[in-house]
Write a protein that binds this ligand. Structure first.
Ligand SMILES: Nc1ncnc2c1ncn2[C@@H]1O[C@H](COP(=O)(O)OP(=O)(O)O)[C@@H](O)[C@H]1O
Ligand SMILES: O=P(O)(O)OC[C@H]1O[C@](O)(COP(=O)(O)O)[C@@H](O)[C@@H]1O
Length: 303
């Protein structure tokens, strides 16, 4: 079973307008209320790609109920832990530029965290645990290190897609996959990365920690895949960009959907990049048909 875990879910209140002026009254023309948060996006895309998963994490209040109902209607299994706080609403403004305002994550009690630990303890060899999205600083790093250790002991594939300090601490863990974007990779090494050569260099350094697959996503410039045996660059397909929110999550989903069937990292990489771009080319997350028409347009070359 594939389990995604979103500690900080959201409703992505996504608004389209011709132009956005800071400090003025703006009126939007079109609005959407998508369930969001990185693990939730991964589960939604896996479902659209025909792969079952269970979405774990913490939800609360009317926004939490909305997310849960939305996912269940789409056919995504959920097993959220209830919190007393209202799940955040993240604002995504799509005008001449994309602007985002993400809220803070929930404050969780020891008891709530323990419930999640017990769920991870119940996972079996060969299962997947995808920890994705921001991790509140109120939760100690050792909590996530312990979850990663439980996964290692039980032969559960641990996938990490987070940012900031949490990413820095958790890259010490021998994950199956991590997917920083260029900025996040730079933050990991306290530097700014502007070239493929540097991105490749730093991605390889992450393998020294025992990480098996490092995917560095680069927006419209595609992505890199680095493993012990492979160094690949994928150029992303070109198209009309509508909404890139969830592109990175779609890349992770596409990779895992394919890898969990064939265990072929290059094929999975192609599927992942096509999934990321298929999401960028529409308002909501990608679907299988959208991904498959882009597969041949993903150009993969060795670095
Ligand atoms: N403008 C774009 N054109 C085509 N594909 C894109 C574009 N933006 C993102 N993608 C696709 O989505 C993937 C992940 O995007 P990225 O923006 O790097 O992730 P994140 O949202 O995690 O920062 C890219 O590797 C690419 O395949
Ligand atoms: O947990 P964070 O870092 O605040 O990010 C949450 C946001 O990321 C998203 O999951 C999108 O992520 P990506 O664009 O990186 O794929 C949104 O749905 C959500 O609003």
């Amino acid at each position: 079973m594939i389990y995604t875990c979103t500690i900080t879910p959201s409703i992505d209140y996504t608004v389209y307008l011709a132009a956005f002026e800071n400090g003025k009254l703006n009126r939007s023309e079109e609005v959407y209320y998508y369930p969001g948060g990185k693990g939730i996006n991964v589960s939604r895309v896996l479902n659209r790609l025909g792969v079952k998963s269970k979405a774990l994490g913490f939800t609360g209040g009317f926004t939490g109920s909305y997310i849960e109902e939305f996912l269940q209607k789409e056919g995504v299994d959920t097993d959220f832990i209830e919190t007393s706080e209202i799940t955040r609403i993240n604002i995504k403004i799509k005008a001449d530029k994309e602007t985002e305002l993400n809220g803070p994550g929930p404050k969780l009690t020891e008891q709530q965290l323990l419930v999640l630990t017990n769920k991870v303890k119940g996972m079996k060899t060969g299962d997947w645990f995808i920890l994705a999205g921001s991790l509140p600083i109120s939760i100690s790093d050792s909590y996530f290190l312990d979850l990663a250790e439980i996964c290692r002991e039980n032969g559960v594939h641990f996938v990490l897609d987070t940012s900031g300090q949490a990413l820095k601490k958790l890259t010490k863990v021998p994950c199956f996959l991590i997917k920083p974007n260029l900025e996040e990779l730079g933050e990991l090494f306290d530097t700014e990365i502007t070239t493929i050569k540097d991105a490749h260099h730093y991605a390889r350094r992450l393998l020294e920690n025992g990480i098996k697959h490092v995917i560095v996503s680069m927006g419209g410039d595609g992505a890199l895949l680095v493993t012990k045996d492979l160094s690949l660059r994928a150029k992303a397909p070109t198209g009309l960009v509508i909404n890139t929110v969830g592109s990175g999550d779609s890349l992770v989903s596409g990779f895992i959907a394919s890898y969990s069937k064939d265990e072929n990292p290059e094929k999975a990489f192609r599927y992942g990049v096509a999934s990321g771009s298929a999401t960028a080319f529409r308002s909501d997350l990608c679907d299988q048909q959208g991904v498959e028409v882009l597969l041949e347009q993903v150009e993969i070359t060795p670095i």
